[in-house]
Design a protein around this ligand. Structure first.
Ligand code: IPM
Ligand code: MN
Length: 348
């Protein structure tokens, strides 16, 4: 398997190193051959050469079997240039139309939610990943004047909504509880989320064994805090998915543990820790690499190496449960020591 590696900026490179060590440990144990091709993308390259994502790099990344992605964003680069030019462009260009984000509180990990433990927080968010408010539709008129108008349009195609919802039902059908919640805002977004609701009902009629629920996004936020045990699979649009998955990361112990997958089930998928570059703690050797390692586990699972993926996930869960905290600087060990622990467990 050929894996394209984009360490990127900030904490990206240091957590990717650990993720690759764990992939190597899994490869040794499960007899896989993994080849890595590194790509230099991110703030340093942009500042050096003015290039964000050269076409030949995009082309090369379209021809690997999977991508391990760290993080991009740089203090000296205007916000959005790298994020839109690299992450969002890759998601769209590679048609990674699903962003799959498990929200799982591992046994032994403290949640900031009082009285909740691993029995209460175990769901997965299926986020539409190429449309909605992320398409960049809209514009300015009279920019910089008192009459300025700025619009930002949410684009929702039936095709995009349907494939996302269908994917989410498949995920739900494969889980123990078989429960799915559509997260929208039908009381206000009367066009886009009317479409989401109709497609949800339509696709749902093909899945008799899956129990369906609907909740507005604001209520979803409250329930994720008050009663996260309600949720099994949540399907939602791009923007709401972005927001609720950071909340999800917080209730599962923080961005240090939260992994995600940008999936094109028929093409090249990309796996990443969902947190950003963490410039304040990058380079200290105290970052938690478990999110990136978890993403590596998802890479194995979604490329068909399910036993190896499960071994990595189990190891991540065990190490996470044994750490005093999942926060950078509070783990009681260094980034590479956490990587060592996971490697030991995966190798065993
Ligand atoms: C994420 C990130 C990205 C997003 C940013 C960096 C463009 O927040 O993966 O959730 O908004 O999708
Ligand atoms: Mn986000």
């Amino acid at each position: 398997m050929r894996i394209g590696v984009v360490p990127g900026d900030g904490k990206g490179p240091e957590v990717i190193v650990e993720a690759l060590r764990v992939l190597d440990a899994a490869a040794a144990r499960f007899d896989l051959t993994l080849e890595y091709e590194h790509f230099d993308l991110g703030g340093e390259r942009y500042l050096r050469t003015g290039e964000v994502l050269p076409d030949d790099v995009a082309e090369s990344l379209a021809n690997v079997d999977a991508i391990m992605f760290g993080a991009v964003g740089h203090p000296d680069v205007a916000p959005g240039i790298l994020e839109r030019g690299i992450i969002l462009r890759l998601r769209r260009q590679l048609d990674q139309y699903i962003n799959l984000r498990p929200v799982k509180l591992y046994p032994g990990v403290a949640s900031p939610l009082a009285g909740k433990d691993h029995r209460d927080i175990d769901f997965v968010v299926v986020r539409e990943n190429t449309e909605g408010l992320y398409v960049g539709a809209g514009g300015f008129a009279h920019r910089g004047t008192r009459h300025e108008v700025a619009t930002e349009e949410s684009v929702n195609t039936r095709f995009g909504v349907e494939r996302t919802i269908r994917f989410a039902f498949e995920v739900a059908a494969g889980r123990k509880r078989k429960h799915i919640t559509l997260c929208g805002k039908t009381n206000v977004l009367v066009h886009a989320h009317d479409l989401w609701m109709r497609v949800f009902e339509e696709v749902g009629s093909d899945y008799n064994g899956v129990e369906c629920a609907y909740a507005n996004v604001d209520a979803v936020c409250a329930w994720m805090v008050q009663s996260p045990e309600r949720f099994d699979v949540i399907v939602t649009d791009n923007m709401f998915g972005d927001i609720i998955t950071d909340l999800g990361a917080a209730i599962q112990g923080g961005l240090g543990i939260a992994a995600g997958a940008n999936l094109n089930p028929d093409g090249v998928s990309m796996f990443e820790p969902i947190g950003g570059t963490a410039p304040d703690v990058a380079g200290t050797g105290k970052i938690n690499p478990l999110a990136a390692i978890g993403a590596a586990g998802m890479l194995l699972t979604h490329t068909g190496q399910t036993a190896a993926g499960a071994a990595v996930e189990t190891a991540v869960a065990t190490v996470a449960g044994a750490l005093p905290s999942l926060a950078a600087g509070a783990m009681g060990m260094s980034t590479s020591e956490v990587g060592d622990r996971v490697c030991e467990l995966v190798t065993r």
